[in-house]
Design a protein around this ligand. Structure first.
Ligand code: NCD
Ligand code: ZN
Length: 354
């Protein structure tokens, strides 16, 4: 079903869900994102987590410094910071964040859901109503990791159960709250976001568009395909692909690129997260091309996110061409030793380097 288009120029895309880490890992990865994207919503799950505007300001300066230390001009990329919601986040901290001009969202991690989420929320509607009211009043979006952490719920059902247990009651209690359902992975999630009342959006990763859960076990266990939420069955991948290419402005790009060193991935208890910042747009173009809808990539990657966040569309452009891209086996060996997703494989699309 692939189309005959051989080059595609789109407004420069943004990444609405990204992990940049800190220290040596930050210095290793930041330029990979800045080469492709104009802006990124930067996740706050550091240790300790970024829970205050002051901490977000410090983290932002370290990102800008890391960018300056790389070969890229600092002006080419803007980090959009987020706060990490806890059971104790005061409403005043939310108001301060909203007025800061550097914080663009507040992240809800259910406690224990994923990497560095121990300080996350234990009961959203019991402990966070003050913060949620402040979010609703200020218009700052709540960015939701939409999985329950109840160990009795099967890992493949955690998103669907989260919709019933958290999203629906949350929406009833805060109908005007801006909510982004992060890294959507299921048909139930797609249907919820498509039909929900109130300002609702969702990010979708490239890996959930390209792979189903078989990828985790192809010829043996494949730790580099392990992320959270975990890859799902083919029927869910199809629903995500349909949503991303549907022209609904509720769905937009969020890589969830989540770098972990090779040792932390290739381990008896390997970390969750796929490194996709290196080749994000090549991966997304491959997914859209697979259903003959490359002409819809620009809306998903470059237009819908800014519209949801109330930000201008980037002025400059990015050009992709139908030319093989060989995904390297390793990147940044000195600073981080990272294995990109689908290392050693080939993608049919490349970015035309400017
Ligand atoms: C993320 C990470 O490593 O920080 N991992 C992942 O698998 N996506 C955390 C997250 O976004 O869940
Ligand atoms: Zn993430």
């Amino acid at each position: 079903m692939t189309s005959s288009i051989s080059t595609l120029t789109i407004k420069r895309p943004d990444d609405w869900h990204l992990h940049l880490r800190d220290g040596a890992m930050l210095r290793a990865v930041v330029a990979d994102t800045a080469r492709q994207f104009g802006r990124a919503i930067v996740m706050p799950n550091l240790t300790p987590p970024v829970t205050t505007t002051e901490a977000a300001q410090g983290y932002r300066s370290r990102i800008v410094q890391a960018l300056q230390d790389s070969s890229l001009p600092a002006s080419s990329f803007t980090p959009l910071m987020t706060l990490y919601l806890t059971d104790n986040t005061p409403a005043d901290e939310i108001r301060k964040a909203s007025g800061s001009g550097i914080v663009y969202g507040v992240k809800l991690y259910p406690a224990g859901a994923t990497t560095n989420s121990d300080a996350g929320v234990t009961n959203l509607l019991r402990y966070c109503t003050g913060a949620l009211e402040a979010l609703q009043d200020t218009g700052l979006p709540l960015l939701v990791h939409g999985e329950v952490t109840d160990p009795d719920v099967d890992i493949f059902d955690r998103e669907a159960v989260f919709i019933d247990r958290v999203m629906i009651p949350l929406r009833k209690a805060f109908p005007a709250l801006k909510v982004v359902f992060e890294h959507l992975t299921t048909r139930q999630g797609v249907e919820y976001v498509r039909d929900a009342e109130g300002p609702t959006g969702a990010t979708i990763t490239a890996h959930h568009l390209l792979y189903n859960r078989n990828a985790l076990f192809r010829g043996g266990v494949r730790p580099h395909w392990y992320c959270l939420p975990v890859l799902k069955r083919e029927t869910h991948r199809q629903a995500l692909l349909e949503a991303a290419t549907s022209l609904s402005n509720r769905f937009f790009l969020g890589t969830d690129s989540a770098p972990h060193s090779r040792n932390a991935k290739e381990n008896a208890c390997g970390c969750a997260g796929c490194y996709t910042a290196l080749h994000a747009m090549e991966l997304y173009a491959t997914a859209f091309d697979s259903v003959g809808r490359l002409d819809r990539l620009e809306a998903f990657a470059s237009l819908n996110g800014p519209a949801f966040y109330g930000l201008p569309v980037n002025q400059d452009t990015l050009t992709l061409q139908r030319q093989a891209f060989d995904i390297p086996e390793r990147v940044h060996p000195d600073q981080a030793d990272l294995v990109p997703l689908a290392a050693g494989e080939q993608l049919p699309w490349s970015i035309v380097r400017g």
